[in-house]
Design a binder for this molecule. Structure first.
Ligand SMILES: *Cc1c(COP(=O)(O)O)cnc(C)c1O
Length: 400
């Protein structure tokens, strides 16, 4: 771990978390699909089983390939501890359920990821946990609600799909003052652009399915933190409840992460160019991207992020009809629900992130029916822009 102190993200992405797991002179971490790990020495088996000695017992608990994945993310986020999950939602739910009990209160924001929002609206209230939702960019409201007392302050920034920004440092400070655990979903920003632990967060969550893996071919989730006891408690909940990462997924995610820094920087460059272009298009009513000076929290984003990320969204005049005509015309884009992949991926918010809401609920959240989410890929920016240009010229856009 100390070996990587001072190393930059690109170097960590390539080298971190690999060396301890190499065998037979191989330069790449092996996939070890073994469900169990055997011992001839009964004393050694016992010592490993009770945690006195390093080693593996059973695949639901730990696995070497999965641990290499955890080590890489841990080092990328400059954390002391990490534990992993079968999906990003398992990371979110296991973290919340590890710490919450009836009578507790969570303060969060209105724009969390759809699945996370469902945990807050559908499942936690059943356990008599009170959830308070704040406007995502409204720091004053977050501070005021946190000051009333809460066990967890749960943030996500930037958010889906209108890339709203919360001031992590200020919100985390408010959380600390009331002894709350501060949890930040860092999926959209990635460790390349933002390290919430350095801004005062206790725990950082990633859906590894997205930018970390980067190739839309493996599901996974991870939680990292500086307090080893907190992460150990989440690990314990997960080892018993069973949402374990598969070693094959861990291998794909490890391989994907080697190019994380390259990919994310290219995606942010492409997103900035596409956002600036979209602002000039007749019939595009609004463009949401933290890298635009017109973004309401551009200054906060600039202060807490090293890059603005690959995610943006824009609203077209003519709503659903225009979206239906426009999206199939794109040549270099998958029309799909995922994000963070090397391919540009587009989708209407009403079909992807906010499919569970009614049009009225979406409107109340500031999500127009004509909103299109774009996850920029690593293609050449010229080709992405040309593709959007030809798509726009092929459809009748009601003038904004
Ligand atoms: C996708 C996503 C999740 C959930 O991750 P899965 O791997 O799909 O379970 C959580 N948070 C954010 C911000 C996401 O984009």
């Amino acid at each position: 771990m100390t070996k990587f102190q001072g190393a930059k993200t690109g170097t960590k992405a390539v080298w971190a978390g690999e060396k301890d797991y190499l065998v037979h002179g191989a330069t790449q971490v092996p996939v070890i699909p073994s469900v169990a790990f055997g011992y001839d020495d009964m004393e050694e088996w016992y010592e490993v089983a009770i945690g006195n000695k390093k080693g593996h017992i059973y695949g639901r608990n730990t696995n070497p390939t999965v641990q290499a994945f955890e080590d890489k993310v841990k080092i990328l986020e400059s954390a002391n501890a990490a534990t992993s999950f079968s999906t990003g939602m398992a990371a979110v739910s296991n973290t919340l359920y590890t710490f919450l009990k009836p009578g507790d209160r969570v303060v969060t924001i209105k724009d969390t990821y759809g699945g996370t929002n469902k945990i807050f609206t559908e499942f936690l209230p059943r356990q008599e946990v009170e959830i308070t939702f704040c406007e995502t960019g409204n720091l004053k409201q977050i501070e005021a609600e946190v000051a009333k007392g809460c066990q967890i302050l749960y943030l996500e920034t930037p958010t889906n799909p209108t890339v709203k920004i919360t001031d992590i440092q200020a919100a985390a400070k408010a959380g600390k003052e009331v002894g709350a655990l501060v949890v930040v979903d860092n999926t959209f920003a990635t460790p390349v652009n933002q390290n919430p632990l350095d801004l005062g967060a206790d725990l950082v969550i990633h859906s590894a399915t997205k930018f970390l893996g980067g190739h839309a071919d493996a599901l996974g989730g991870v939680v990292v933190g500086n307090n080893e006891q907190l992460v150990e408690a989440i690990y314990h909940y997960r080892e018993i409840n069973g949402a374990t990462m598969d070693p094959w997924a861990a291998y794909l995610l490890l391989r994907g992460m080697k190019t994380l820094d390259l990919r994310v920087k290219r995606q942010a460059e492409n997103a900035q160019k596409l956002a600036e272009y979209l602002q000039t298009v007749d019939g595009v009513e609004s463009v949401f991207y933290p890298g635009l000076p017109t973004h309401p929290n551009h200054d906060v984003a600039k202060a807490q992020m090293r890059g603005f990320g690959g995610m943006l969204s824009f609203a077209v005049a003519g709503g659903v009809e225009t979206v239906r005509d426009l999206l199939p015309k794109l040549q270099f884009a998958n029309r799909a629900a995922n994000l963070g992949a090397v391919e540009t991926t587009v989708g209407p918010a009403r079909t992807t992130s906010h499919v569970e809401c009614t049009p009225e609920e979406r409107a109340a959240m500031g999500i127009p029916e004509g909103l299109i989410r774009v996850s920029c890929g690593i293609e050449d920016a010229e080709d992405i822009l040309a593709d959007f240009k030809q798509a726009f010229s092929a459809v009748e856009l009601a003038k904004a």
